[in-house]
Structure formats: structure tokens, C-alpha cells
Ligand binder design. Structure first.
Ligand SMILES: Cc1ncc(C[n+]2csc(CCOP(=O)(O)OP(=O)(O)O)c2C)c(N)n1
Ligand SMILES: [Mg+2]
Length: 388
């Protein structure tokens, strides 16, 4: 019988070479868990405790519930104001209450928030006057509150630009020896924008204390997530830049607060940025000007109605005996008062000086700007003369 050299080699017992130790995985500690972190079941019952994400204190969760109830009522009122012609446009965040409020609650007052147009609820949850929050959407002015005083950037409409602003601000803060953190709200669609990638990369390289908080609400206007990205999850987008990332059930308020608390602590400890993807759903159209029935089924929306973050947290807190009928009614009343006050104050038409359009564009206005300002001034004066 003939044997091939290969067969002979296989047959002869050979000393095994000692295995070379495997090189450490360079992505270790960066990859998100395969399943979104969840601490509460959709029915409001508690899942087994986990060491990586301890449950936040129950008082914080009760406050979260209160702000979510007020936030939802604010959101409904703002939508109604568009129908009454009092607001030019409103992008609702109904269904995203756990993310809107969780992002704000995870921060200290001296931390910074970088919001988009979707975050009106988050800003009211931060304690900013709702009329000041809606100034942009009423079209009166670019921003109704003082960003430096409120430690809250103006709401960003150009997608993802806030990712770069936050990286710069957070780097500046840490450079000056302060331990403030910047939290960026960003949508799923906007993670396809260059500014998202540039911001995350800069923050990672310079260890800027930023939490990039992606609210994956499944749509960028009419474009579903499946047409937007081929990434396994949006949280995976952090890994390429060396940024640890996590995904969380965005309709589980307890998990959202737990995950963001840890992400903020990571950034505050000087370890650089952290990326969190929250899986949630936009229950309303993109804005009041959109018809969502043209691109998504009613069945899909109904399925998400069963995962309502407010009902989930209320059921849980009632089960923990920290919320009862009287407390629920009291909070609902607070929310009504809040909405009534907003409605009342939004019924007064503000007077805006058209020439203020030219203010604050440059520290020193350009020649063109001066010329254009004069042109508008002359046109307004002529119109006023005609009316007289
Ligand atoms: C740079 C830029 N491109 C396009 C738009 C138009 N636009 C406004 S909102 C939006 C969708 C964004 O979707 P997503 O990031 O998922 O946020 P969501 O509205 O769902 O909160 C688009 C394309 C824009 N505002 N800025
Ligand atoms: Mg979206």
C-alpha cells in the first residue's frame, strides 16, 4: 500500500507546537451587546437584575414618569397649536418620551445638551420655558432661550451638525479642566451624514466627553431604516472610531436611564465619548406637514402602541407602590395646567422687528449685509407710507 506524504504526516504523531497566544481583540469592550439592554418587560414587570446596568433609584424613576407625562401633554398641545395657526411647524416626539426625558435626567445642570428639532420635549423636561422652546418653531427667532445660560445649544435643523459642535465644546471644557459632559441627541437617518462621522471621530481622538445618543425611531421622514443603512445596528457605527457603544430598548424608561447614566459616567471620567442607540418609534408623522400613511402601515403603528413607554413605567411604579391613583391624577393635573398656561401664552402674537433678521450674523456686518438691510428698511418704510 502506498501512502502519500500528506497522509504519512497526518498519521505520524508529532509534537504540537505551543499555541501562540491570541492577539487581544482590538474591538473588545467597544461592541454593543447583541440585544438591546432591557430592564423592564413591555408589560411593566421587572427583569432579573444585572450587574452591568443597575436599576436607577426609584425616586429618579418617579420623577422621570412625571416629566414624561408633562412632556406628552406638552407635545399634544404643540401639535394642536399648529392646527390653530399659532405654530409654523412641530415635529412630535410622542412615543419617544423615555429617550427625551432620560437624556436630560442623566445629566447634571451644568452639563450641555445638543438637541435637534425633535427635542422640544427634552428641552421642556430640562426646565426651559416652553414658550422659549417653541420660539424657533413659531418662526420668531432662531432660539428663544439663552444657550449659554441653559447649557443647551439651539435646536439644530441641519442634520448632524450638532455632533461637531458638541465635540468641540466638550473638548474645550475638558481642556479647561472642567468635568462637564455634552449629550448629543441625533436621529437614525442623521447617522448617515458626514458630520456625524467627523464629530464622533474627533471626539474619540481627543477624548472629548460626549455622549452620542441616537434615537432610532425607524424613519428619516419617509425613508425607513432598511433603506438608510447596512450597519448591523447603529450602535456598531461607534466601533470603527474606537468609541464604546451600547444599544437599549428606547421604550424601556428604566433601561434608558440606566444605560445613559453609565454612558455619562464614562465620559465624565475622562474615558472619551460613548455612543448609545435607543430603539424606539415615532408615533406621529415626521411633522404636522407630513402624511405618514403614505409610507407606513397602520398595523405597524398599532404594534408600537402596545410598547408605550409611559404605560410601562406607570405599571412598574404602581407595582413598586411608589405611585397610586391619587399621584397619577395629581401629575395629570399638573400636565393640564402646564398645557393651559402654554396655550394661553402662545395666543399672544409676538412683535418681531423684521430688521432683526440682519442682527448677529457677523460681529462686523459685511457690506452686502448693510446694503440688504437698507433695502429692506426702505421697502418697509415705503409700505408703511402707503398704508398711512
Ligand atoms: C443636512 C440636511 N439634509 C437634509 C435635511 C432634511 N431633513 C430634515 S429631517 C430629515 C430626516 C431626519 O431623520 P432622522 O435623523 O432619523 O431624525 P428624526 O426626524 O426621525 O428624528 C431630513 C432628511 C436636513 N434638515 N439637513
Ligand atoms: Mg428617525
Amino acid at each position: 500500500m502506498t501512502t502519500t506524504p500528506q497522509a504519512a504526516r497526518r498519521a505520524s504523531p508529532r509534537k504540537r507546537r505551543p499555541a501562540t497566544p491570541a492577539a487581544p481583540d482590538p474591538a473588545a469592550g467597544l461592541l454593543p451587546q447583541t440585544e438591546p439592554v432591557r430592564l423592564l418587560n413591555p408589560d411593566g414587570t421587572l427583569l432579573p437584575a444585572r450587574a452591568d446596568y443597575p436599576e436607577p433609584p426609584v425616586e429618579a424613576l418617579r420623577e422621570m414618569y412625571r416629566r414624561m407625562v408633562v412632556g406628552r401633554r406638552f407635545d399634544a398641545q404643540a401639535t394642536a397649536l399648529t392646527k390653530q395657526g399659532r405654530l409654523a411647524v412641530y415635529p412630535s416626539s410622542r412615543g419617544q418620551e423615555a429617550c427625551q426625558v432620560g437624556g436630560v435626567l442623566a445629566l447634571r445642570d451644568d452639563d450641555w445638551v445638543f438637541p435637534t428639532y425633535r427635542e422640544s420635549m427634552a428641552l421642556t423636561a430640562r426646565g426651559i420655558d416652553p414658550v422659549e422652546v417653541l420660539t424657533l418653531l413659531r418662526g420668531d427667532w432662531h432660539c428663544g432661550y439663552d444657550p449659554a445660560q441653559r447649557r443647551t445649544a439651539p435646536q439644530c435643523t441641519p442634520l448632524a451638525t450638532q455632533c461637531v459642535h458638541a465635540a468641540g465644546l466638550a473638548y474645550g471644557e475638558s481642556y479647561q479642566g472642567r468635568d462637564t459632559v455634552a449629550l448629543v441627541y441625533i436621529g437614525d437617518g442623521a447617522t448617515s451624514e458626514g458630520d456625524f462621522h467627523e464629530g464622533v471621530n474627533f471626539a474619540a481622538v481627543f477624548k472629548a466627553p460626549v455622549v452620542y445618543f441616537v434615537q432610532n425611531n425607524r424613519y428619516a421622514i419617509s425613508v425607513p431604516l432598511s433603506r438608510q443603512t447596512a450597519a448591523p445596528t447603529l450602535a456598531h457605527k461607534g466601533v470603527g472610531y474606537g468609541v464604546p457603544s451600547e444599544q437599549v430598548d428606547g421604550n424601556d424608561p428604566v433601561a434608558v436611564l440606566a444605560v445613559l447614566t453609565r454612558a455619562v459616567a464614562h465620559a465624565r471620567a475622562g474615558k472619551g465619548p460613548f455612543l448609545v442607540e435607543a430603539h424606539t418609534y415615532r408615533m406621529e408623522p415626521h411633522t404636522n406637514a407630513d402624511d405618514a400613511s403614505r409610507y407606513r402601515d397602520a398595523d405597524e403603528v398599532e404594534a408600537w402602541r402596545d410598547r408605550d413607554p409611559l404605560v410601562r413605567l406607570e405599571t412598574y411604579l404602581r407595582g413598586r407602590d411608589v405611585l397610586d391613583d391619587a399621584a397619577v391624577a395629581e401629575i395629570a393635573e399638573q400636565a393640564e395646567r402646564y398645557a393651559a398656561d402654554l396655550r394661553e401664552r402662545m395666543n399672544t402674537q409676538p412683535t418681531v422687528d423684521p430688521l432683526s433678521l440682519f442682527d448677529h450674523v457677523y460681529a462686523e456686518p459685511t457690506a452686502q449685509l448693510v446694503e440688504q438691510r437698507e433695502q429692506v428698511r426702505a421697502e418697509l418704510a415705503a409700505a408703511a407710507e402707503e398704508d398711512a
